[in-house]
Design a protein around this ligand. Structure first.
Ligand SMILES: Cc1cc2nc3c(=O)[nH]c(=O)nc-3n(C[C@H](O)[C@H](O)[C@H](O)COP(=O)(O)OP(=O)(O)OC[C@H]3O[C@@H](n4cnc5c(N)ncnc54)[C@H](O)[C@@H]3O)c2cc1C
Length: 352
């Protein structure tokens, strides 16, 4: 807990002194180049290239470590320079700002793609494995329980943070344990499913921050490969029928409010097709905000704001964004008292 409190103090200090933060970031970029010359490091990389929305200005630095060891070395260099990295999976749940993120060091899990069966039959996957490859690998090995994930375009890491789910399934139902690097103390922890505090589109990692998911172990049921494949085909067909997969988006824009369906509320409020600039409430599925061409992050934000205000006015229901809107202080108007995240103590420390 001490580490968590210290980290929060450091974060506040950085917010109070953005120049210091920028200076630290410049030093960190130089230190990474010197200490890790083999590291892929993209500077001022446009995030529109890394987001399923196709929106976003340049980030100061985006590193792509080749494996878990080089990722941990990178984090150590960043820590020495007082920089906390932000992780990037497939960028399918994030709205990046047009102005860019000049105070952010992003780390992509693109190359963390090891996946294999453990001797006891469980499935091990690194954070950068795509959920579709994970589901196919499970199917090929006659393991059932991940069929719902085969059409979700994210990664194991992003999916775990978000507790991604569809058609009645959620990743938490298949996860046995998660190994993460906790940035404040630079140690590895192995958490059981219970310790991960999974909830609807949420987890301990999302609430706490500073936890980089490195790998996940999935415990699945034995099943018939053909039956599993048929289920995957059926769910993907339903997805293609109902969702606007031909247009850039970040999936469902809002979480499902308890007792309601976000898409139905938006539809009933007459907002299907509502457009701001290049952003539109999908004609095909009102739960999606799509980029119909040249959308800016402000278009998407203003559109989401309008949808949220209208649904609240007409239905009295507050809708919370499912999409992560960056930078984090870029918030949709609050309709009630802010709910403070519940900080839960970390689990057992793993052997590093
Ligand atoms: C067409 C479409 C359909 C979708 N359908 C669904 C659906 O059916 N169900 C559903 O739940 N979601 C859906 N999504 C949303 C999205 O795919 C999921 O939320 C997915 O799990 C995000 O994974 P990602 O790798 O893209 O994460 P990103 O978008 O890259 O990141 C999401 C968050 O996780 C953090 N993060 C990523 N990787 C790590 C890591 N290794 N360690 C720590 N933090 C990390 C990021 O910093 C960010 O805060 C859909 C999106 C699209 C575009």
């Amino acid at each position: 807990m001490d580490d968590i409190e210290r980290k929060q103090e450091e974060t506040t200090a950085a917010e109070e002194n953005p120049n210091r933060c920028r200076e630290n970031l410049e030093k960190a970029v130089a230190a990474v180049k010197e200490a890790l010359p083999g590291m892929t490091l993209l500077e001022r990389e446009p995030m529109s290239q890394h987001s399923s929305f196709r929106i976003g200005g340049p980030v100061r630095a985006l590193a792509v470590p080749s494996d878990v060891t080089s990722l941990t070395k990178l984090c150590s260099v960043l820590k020495q320079n007082h920089i906390a990295p932000m992780m990037l999976g497939n960028g399918t749940n994030i709205l990046f700002p047009d102005e860019g993120l000049d105070q952010v060091f992003l780390v992509s899990t693109e190359k963390l793609t090891k996946m294999f069966l453990l001797p006891d039959g469980a499935l091990y996957a690194e954070a950068g494995v795509s959920l579709s490859k994970l589901a196919s690998f499970a199917q090929q090995n006659g393991l059932a329980g991940l069929e719902f994930a085969s059409g979700i375009p994210g990664t194991v890491g992003g999916g775990t943070i978000m507790n991604a789910g569809a058609y009645g399934g959620e990743l938490k139902d298949a996860i046995e344990s998660v190994v993460c690097l906790y940035v404040p103390d630079q140690r590895l922890y192995e958490l059981t499913r219970e310790q991960c505090a999974f909830a609807y589109r949420s987890s301990l990692f999302k609430k706490l921050g500073g936890c980089l998911v490195l790998s996940v172990v999935f415990r699945l049921e034995k099943g018939d490969g053909e039956t599993i494949a048929a289920k995957m085909r059926e769910l993907n067909e339903r997805r293609r029928d109902k969702q606007p997969l031909d247009l850039p988006s970040a999936g469902s824009a809002f979480k499902r409010p308890e007792g309601y369906y976000a898409a139905a509320l938006i539809d009933e409020a007459g907002l299907k097709g509502y457009t701001v600039g290049g952003a539109q409430v999908s004609e095909k599925h009102a739960g999606f905000v799509v980029n119909i061409g040249g959308a800016t992050s402000h278009d998407v934000y203003d559109l989401m704001m309008h949808v949220r205000n209208t649904v609240y006015r007409e239905k009295g229901v507050q809708m919370e964004p499912e999409i992560i809107i960056l930078p984090p202080d870029y918030r949709l108007e609050d309709f009630g008292p802010a709910v403070k995240p519940n900080i839960i103590t970390m689990g057992e420390r793993a052997e590093s």
